[in-house]
Design a protein around this ligand. Structure first.
Ligand code: PMP
Length: 280
């Protein structure tokens, strides 16, 4: 099933126009929601960010938050009690190609679900990343469909045998191509402050809350690549990767080379939130 402009339809019932502005300008925004056992995770936080992205690029949609929750829940119900993701995108609509906003175009909404297992092996062992220059634009807080710089960097990472690319702007670590970056030094968690250089990740928000609940100092303070390389622990956060330990950066081992104590504590807290961990 697909969610198409507010309605649940079969895959073969839709027709995407070649004049959709998402198609030739990337003129739209998106969200990726996590589904655990058929349930949408942190749906409200994702919708708050979705409306923020829409406001930033001046797309108005005819649905409010409550209506969207209803539609997304119905779509997730058709998916069943599985683990997966719900992808939702909204473009500015269909119009003759012109850089100017069209005078009369209706936004086009598309949503679908896809199965996705939790990356349990990687969550236990950690992943390798490389660092690359952050070549993206100055509005990374918008979850825009324009992801070319992200995909180029992610591909470069894969070709270097790494799982992600940590991005560096003006000497500071901003985030990674599709995740936020955090490091632990002397018991404090550091991550780049919100603003135009990063996406305010929903998983990052969950981690900040978990850290505060556990009494772990948490600072929105940027750091350099050198500081990252000398961190005690490093992890990335995202809807797909959850709280993912980073054990190798540019071929160099992080800390003791295994997922750190604070990372594991946050992973446990996260699992409890998604209802998987056993009660202590
Ligand atoms: N930064 C970027 C650039 C991303 O694409 C993502 C994935 N949405 C994130 C951070 C992490 O955000 P979230 O935790 O909401 O998935």
């Amino acid at each position: 099933m697909l969610l198409w402009n507010g309605r649940l339809v079969q895959d073969n019932e839709i027709q995407v126009s070649y004049l959709d502005r998402g198609y030739y300008f990337g003129d739209g925004i998106y969200e990726v929601f996590r589904i655990y056992d058929g349930h949408l995770f942190e749906v409200q936080a994702h919708l708050t960010r979705l409306f923020k992205s829409l406001r930033e690029i001046r797309i108005e949609i005819p649905w409010n938050e409550e209506q969207l929750v209803g539609m997304l829940t119905s779509l997730a119900e058709t998916f069943g009690r599985k683990d997966g993701i719900l992808y939702l995108q909204i473009t500015r609509g269909v119009a003759k190609r012109s850089h100017l906003f069209p005078e009369a175009a209706e936004p086009v909404m598309l949503g679908y679900c896809e199965e996705a297992a939790r990356p349990v092996d990687q969550l236990k062992k950690g992943i390798a990343v490389i660092s690359l220059e952050d070549e993206r634009w100055h509005k990374c807080h918008i979850k825009s469909l324009n992801l070319l710089a992200n995909t180029l960097a992610r591909q470069e990472a894969a070709e270097a045998g790494a799982e992600e690319a940590v991005l560096i702007r003006d000497g500071r670590v901003t985030e990674a191509t599709s995740s936020n970056v955090m490091m632990v030094k002397n018991g404090t968690i550091y991550t780049h402050p919100n603003g135009p250089w990063i996406l305010d990740g929903i998983t990052k928000q969950v981690v900040e809350r978990l850290a505060k609940q556990s009494g772990i100092p948490y600072q929105n303070t940027a750091f350099t690549l050198e500081e990252l390389l000398e961190a005690d622990e490093v992890f990335i956060t995202s809807t797909i990767k959850e709280v993912m330990p980073v054990t190798i950066i540019n071929g160099t081992q992080v800390g003791s080379g295994i997922p750190g104590v604070i990372t594991q504590l946050l992973q446990n807290g996260f699992e409890q939130k998604i209802g998987l961990a056993e009660a202590p």
